[in-house]
Design a protein around this ligand. Structure first.
Ligand code: ZN
Length: 209
């Protein structure tokens, strides 16, 4: 089945987030080019509330997501207990002021994978202690992955080496492969962003520059 990896996104206003920020975050997470992302300010969203997760902006069209700044309270938004949510094929992702571009990019990748029917949660040993078998098989099939010390340490002792950003990117690659992505790009090492850059971004966001 040809799968729809074409995504559009919108932004909850008044959080200081630009569409170019989101594209930069996606690049920082090294999401494969098989996914495409474009900004569409006409994508509708409403506020969905639940007892566990508070009130989040929920897009109304499949294969769209909306990004919201941490702490947003406009329109009745009061997010809690999550940094991202997915309703069937629609997602919302929170961006924190001190989150790195890679962190938010991986969060976008995570939620879009949920929306596409994959389960990126299985890497977390607390969520699914027995399901790393699939990942072991993937690493064995792709010898280049087995040379990565992050993966070796994790597969040897998942509870002592909780998933880091590099490991998450590798695991999401497995999800992408299972979904039918014809190419399997290998993520490079972790993106490095200086604390100064983050502080500058934070200050710019606060003042809505
Ligand atoms: Zn998840």
């Amino acid at each position: 089945m040809a799968f729809n990896a074409t995504w559009k996104f919108n932004i909850v206003p008044n959080g200081g987030i630009l569409s170019t920020d989101i594209l930069n975050w996606i690049n920082a997470a090294r999401i494969p080019a098989w996914f495409t992302f474009s900004y569409d300010e006409t994508i509708p969203w409403t506020v969905d509330c639940g007892p566990d997760y508070g009130c989040w902006p929920q897009p109304e069209i499949p294969f769209t997501f909306v990004v919201v700044r941490e702490g947003s309270t406009e329109n009745g938004i009061s997010m809690k207990n999550a940094v991202g949510l997915t309703w069937e094929q629609m997602s919302a992702i929170q961006s924190g002021y001190l989150d790195s571009p890679e962190t938010v990019g991986l969060r976008i990748w995570h939620e879009t994978l949920h929306a596409m029917g994959a389960n990126p949660d299985l890497l977390d040993p607390d969520v699914s202690p027995n399901d790393i078998a699939e990942f072991k098989e993937f690493v064995a099939e792709n010898s280049v992955f087995s040379s990565d010390t992050n993966i070796t340490a994790y597969l040897t002792s998942p509870y002592n080496h909780p998933p880091n950003p590099v490991l998450r990117a590798y695991y999401y690659m497995l999800m992408v492969k299972r979904l039918g992505c014809p190419e399997l790009p290998i993520p490079a090492g972790p993106a490095t962003v200086s604390l100064w850059q983050r502080l500058i971004e934070w200050i710019l966001a606060i003042f809505h520059v």
